[in-house]
Write a protein that binds this ligand. Structure first.
Ligand code: FES
Length: 322
């Protein structure tokens, strides 16, 4: 995240949330307030080992004295979650970005249904907090393998109690007698003007999107943590950076981001798989080959921007606003 505004924070506290999940409370090292954020927002964290990762903010969005994120230890970790679990300690300093938000909450909806899978509960907990504070009607379906690996249950149950109960529905699919959430049926039971949100593992998101296919897409909101879509690394085109006039050849095997970094061009990035939106650049000319999970269908069709970490070009020349 080399060019994004950087804020220095300290790990104020860590908390065991569930098996394999810890949360981090981050405060500014200079004692000042952090930028305000809205439900659904995330930050990019630059870890002391040089790796940058995006994490959803899960605390109350009225809080600006701290950010709280939860991190699931990913067995296939390339150094992000493993480092946080094994090496990051209270008092350590980190650089973070200001919050971004690819998963905004429609606060005026008459009713909102949140579908969470595993660690995907974090942005949805933040949304539930916001909806409850606004006095809106909401409910959450939260699925995890077992209760022992499900984070945030206490916080959700406290919200449930404050709301009068029956807002939080827990599902443990690998517990004895457990089964996967029937998203087809649950989404099918939602009124057409209910706003539905999903964050969780890829198979759950795929099932959710299938279940939502016939809905008005303005009521459907999805956030991905990772992508199964291969990045565009076919190469064979030129990227022109309009501000400097520099031309960069993107050769086979490289993404646009690779080519820019190889040319010592500083550009913000984080996830490198098209899910966080940090590397979005405006397209001035040419046709992108979109591979991200951030832009909506309409935004993709408009071709006004692309994520350079994963998307390529369908035209021999692509002019970007950078
Ligand atoms: S770096 Fe996350 S979308 Fe490109």
């Amino acid at each position: 995240m080399s060019s994004t505004p950087s804020i220095e924070v300290r790990v104020q506290s860590t908390r065991w949330e569930a098996e394999g999940i810890v949360s981090l409370e981050l405060v500014r090292t200079d004692g000042a307030m952090l930028p305000a954020f809205a439900a659904g927002a995330h930050i990019d964290m630059e870890l002391p080992n040089g790796i940058s990762r995006s994490y959803s903010l899960m605390n109350d969005p009225t809080e600006t004295h701290r950010y709280v994120v939860a991190v699931n230890r990913d067995p296939a970790s390339r150094g992000g979650s493993k480092f946080i679990h094994d090496a990051l300690r209270c008092g350590d300093r980190l650089q973070i970005s200001a919050p971004g938000n690819n998963f905004p909450l429609e606060e005026s909806a008459g009713h909102t249904v949140l579908f969470a899978g595993g660690i995907g509960v974090t942005p949805l907990l933040c949304m539930a907090r916001r909806l409850q504070a606004l006095g809106r009607s909401w409910e959450i379906w939260y699925s995890a393998r077992t209760r022992s690996v499900a984070a945030c249950i206490d916080a959700l149950m406290a919200l449930d109690a404050a709301a009068g109960g029956n807002r939080v529905h827990l599902n443990f699919d690998q517990a004895p007698g457990g089964r996967m959430l029937d998203l087809e049926a649950l989404v099918g039971a939602c009124a057409p003007d209910t706003h539905v949100y999903c964050c969780g593992p890829l198979p759950m998101l795929a099932a959710f999107e299938k279940a939502c296919a016939a809905r008005d897409q303005a009521t459907v909101h999805v956030e991905y943590f990772s992508s199964a879509t291969p990045v565009a690394a076919e190469g064979g085109y030129t990227v022109v950076l309009s501000r400097s006039g520099r031309s960069i050849e993107v050769t086979p095997g490289k993404t646009i981001l690779d080519a820019m970094l190889d040319s010592d061009i500083d550009v913000p990035y984080s996830c490198m798989e098209g899910v966080c939106g940090t590397c979005e650049l405006r397209v001035i000319e040419g046709l992108p080959d979109h591979r991200d999970l951030v832009l909506s269908k309409e935004e993709r069709a408009a071709n006004k921007s692309l994520m350079v970490c994963c998307s390529g070009s369908l035209t021999p020349r692509l002019v970007l606003d950078w």
